[in-house]
Design a protein around this ligand. Structure first.
Ligand SMILES: Nc1ncnc2c1ncn2[C@@H]1O[C@H](COP(=O)(O)OP(=O)(O)OP(=O)(O)O)[C@@H](O)[C@H]1O
Ligand SMILES: [Mg+2]
Length: 409
């Protein structure tokens, strides 16, 4: 993307909508010109359940970002999550006539790897290409000109329910903004959080937000697996509300102020005060008990994540461990708990590499919004080496360009 270009990203989360308008400084940095953060309404577990309510909160967030930047937003790149998302890996093979792989052979194999049959109510949101293999030798990034009789390629294909996508598009269009692209939460996170070495070695990015947990595995610089699990911080809050007889709003505050994912980090003698249902005076609670409630749910969440990692079959290919983000990553002790359950290193990450209006964006809850900006830079940045029937095939180049090789759907 050219220097000084203006881009807008909207992260529609279960708890907050975050609109960012930014200017591209260079291929590594953005300057944030406008920020609009608004509590979300009408979204549950990442999906729209009430169009007018969701549209209102999205419109308010857009207006805030417009006022802050003094710019009118016409189109935006938008995050997507929810249990309606699913993914599969697909493989395609072509025979090579003449012994030398041509650009047409590459186009043919890429075209056929995209050809999967999906139900009519689903749509492909990403087709992420992996490396090629020539005559069974894999890990080849640019097979053009190589000798061989067989060319294979694998791709990770992410699909979504068309109605869920259209409902979200409708909400954004109500604010007179067009959606230029939908991007899976975890892929946006990865664009800003992961290092080159992590992606090369094998890493899983995990965004635990309010209503969803979004996962993406990177191995050899490619996306090998993605998944969205419908659990998040809201479940922890609900457990606290239930256990201590608190209204949700108060349970949320208690979690943020006194919460901890590991009871052993908390002293037996630590207490906090809070008003329960039906009482006029604040009651005294043990912080250790709070940690125990949080621990149970958080442990269950990591067990689900572990199951998913095992289900992918790549559990032994993640030496760089997990990069944990999303608002729930702020819970003290969550990294240690995650690391113990998953048996891998866990680091907590938040967005960096930006200038401008960044005060409100200093936290793991903003990884997706900032990541969307980087995603759009990376995709635009990459130069098409081949063009097959209008599909841009993004190829490896410099550090940034190497990030995603994809066939735009
Ligand atoms: N200090 C904190 N301690 C514990 N939890 C926190 C803290 N701050 C925020 N959270 C939790 O983080 C969650 C919100 O995270 P985030 O903003 O990433 O979610 P979202 O993007 O709106 O939702 P999603 O991505 O699931 O659709 C809430 O459940 C909130 O309670
Ligand atoms: Mg989120």
């Amino acid at each position: 993307m050219e220097k000084d270009a203006i881009i807008t990203a909207i992260d529609v989360g279960t708890t907050k909508v975050c609109t960012l308008t930014a200017q591209v400084e260079d291929e590594q940095n953005v300057r944030i010109l406008g920020v609009g953060i608004e509590p979300t309404q009408g979204i549950r577990k990442g999906m729209v359940i009430d169009i007018p309510l969701a549209a209102d909160s999205i419109a308010l967030s857009i207006k805030k970002a417009e006022r802050a930047s003094g710019l009118q937003i016409e189109n935006a790149i938008v995050s997507i999550a929810g249990s309606h998302i699913s993914s599969i890996n697909n493989k395609a093979t072509v025979g090579i006539v003449g012994g030398v792989i041509s650009k047409e052979d590459i186009a043919r194999v890429l075209e056929s790897v995209k050809a999967i049959s999906i139900p009519s109510n689903r749509t492909i949101i990403h087709t992420l290409q992996r490396t090629f293999s020539v005559d069974g030798i894999d890990g080849i990034r640019s097979p053009k000109g190589m000798y061989g009789s067989r060319l294979d390629v694998e791709a990770h294909i992410i699909t979504a329910s068309e109605s869920s996508i259209e409902n979200l598009r409708q909400c954004i269009m109500t604010a007179e903004v067009d959606v230029s692209q939908f991007v899976l939460n975890s892929l946006a996170d990865a664009s800003v959080l992961l290092t080159d070495i992590e992606k090369q070695m094998g890493v899983i990015v995990c965004d635990i937000g309010g209503g969803t947990t979004d996962l993406a595995m990177f191995i050899n610089n490619d996306v090998w697996h993605t998944n969205v699990i419908s659990v998040g911080g809201n479940h922890i809050t609900a457990d606290i509300a239930q256990a201590f007889h608190l209204p949700t709003k108060q349970a949320e505050e208690v979690k943020k102020m006194h919460g901890c994912a590991l009871p052993k980090y908390v002293d037996d003698e630590e207490y906090f005060y809070c008003r329960t249902f039906g009482k006029d005076e604040a009651a005294k609670f043990s912080r250790k008990q709070l940690a125990e409630v949080i621990n149970m749910r958080t442990e269950e969440m990591f067990q689900l994540i572990l199951q998913e990692i095992k289900r992918s079959g790549y559990d032994n290919l993640l030496p760089a461990g997990m990069v944990l983000t999303g608002g729930t990553a702020l819970l003290p002790g969550i990294d240690k708990l995650g690391s113990d359950i998953l048996g891998m290193p866990v680091r907590i990450a938040k967005p960096e590499r930006m200038t401008g209006m960044i005060d409100q964006l200093n936290g793991p809850a903003y990884s997706t919004a900032v990541g969307l900006l980087y995603w759009s830079m990376l995709v635009q940045e990459s130069s098409p080496e081949e063009t097959a029937q209008g599909n841009k095939i993004v190829t490896v180049g410099d550090r940034v360009k190497r990030f995603f090789r994809m066939l735009l759907p």
